[in-house]
Design a protein around this ligand. Structure first.
Ligand SMILES: NC(=O)c1ccc[n+]([C@@H]2O[C@H](COP(=O)([O-])OP(=O)(O)OC[C@H]3O[C@@H](n4cnc5c(N)ncnc54)[C@H](OP(=O)(O)O)[C@@H]3O)[C@@H](O)[C@H]2O)c1
Length: 254
């Protein structure tokens, strides 16, 4: 029997990139997937179709995050799709990109980034708690930018710092229910978020040279780590920030 047979999982931002790979992997492990997306319905349908073609089960859930009523919209569709089943795994993956260096930042952009990357995951967790089975899993996607200073993404890095603190404190709050709360930090991973950056001449070589394993990450590299944290094997890990970057920015390689 697959490891997650009989379990359910909500993956936010599952229409593309890392979220899609997480949804596909958890579905392959047997979970029924609520594949959340913001606006790209065709991409979300592709995620669901790919899961079904592989023999898994999934349904799409649309909700733009960072706007009034976002959590209500999300949970209305989620609960309809779950048809009375509890939730076992919540993966907070959706996030907005960097809004540039401090010279280019605006109060509106800053508020929007925190609304999508911090406020939404926090209140999604709050709303999920009554639905989440004891022994459940909460996993949030952060970034290596919390341990390495990259000046072009200060406010984005601040949002990721916030969710890492959230994970540690919530782990301590929810442990009595057997719920684990962990955070995964990808390094440079090839997705739509950064496709244009990686197209820039030399960027891929430059980033790979800063990575111990000498390549960029692929979404499946992150999904496999999330699947481990979602599994029974990871039952004794909570409040942890797990670096899944192939050893990005560990120091000089020579
Ligand atoms: N890629 C990297 O190199 C990298 C590195 C470190 C950390 N991360 C983190 O990994 C996670 C996934 O990144 P990714 O590269 O896979 O991103 P991506 O390819 O840009 O996909 C983002 C996903 O999040 C959804 N989303 C974004 N903003 C939303 C909003 N306001 N409301 C609802 N849904 C929204 C998108 O939905 P739609 O398709 O509907 O737009 C999409 O499904 C993020 O937390 C990111 O910060 C990525």
């Amino acid at each position: 029997m697959a490891k997650l047979t009989g379990k359910t999982a909500l993956v936010t931002g599952a229409s593309r990139g890392i979220g899609r790979a997480i949804a596909q992997r958890l579905a392959a492990d047997g979970a029924l997937i609520a594949a959340h997306y913001g606006s790209d319905e065709a991409a979300a349908k592709d995620t669901v179709a790919s899961i079904e073609q592989a023999g898994g089960r999934a349904f799409p859930v649309r909700a733009e995050l960072g706007v009034d009523g976002d959590v209500d919209t999300l949970f209305a569709a989620l609960e309809e799709g779950l048809s009375g089943q509890p939730l076992d795994i919540l993966v907070n993956n959706a996030a907005g990109p960097s809004d540039g260096p401090i010279e280019e930042a605006t109060p509106e952009g800053f508020d929007r980034l925190f609304a999508v990357n911090v406020k939404a995951p926090f209140f999604i967790i709050q709303r999920a708690l009554p639905l989440l089975r004891d022994g459940g899993r909460i996993i949030t996607i952060s970034s290596t930018c919390t341990r390495v200073a990259t000046p072009f993404q200060t406010s984005y890095a601040m949002t990721k710092g916030a969710v890492e603190v959230m994970g540690r404190t919530l782990a301590n709050a929810l442990g009595t229910r057997g719920i684990t709360v962990n955070t995964v930090t990808p390094g440079a991973t090839v997705t739509d978020l950064n496709a244009s950056l990686f197209k820039t001449s030399g960027a891929e070589v430059y980033l790979a040279a800063m990575t111990a394993l000498d390549r960029l990450g692929q979404p499946a590299d992150i999904a496999d780590v999330v699947a481990f944290l979602a599994s029974h094997d990871a039952r004794w890990i909570t409040g942890h920030v797990l670096d899944a970057s192939g050893g990005m920015y560990l120091g000089p390689r020579a």
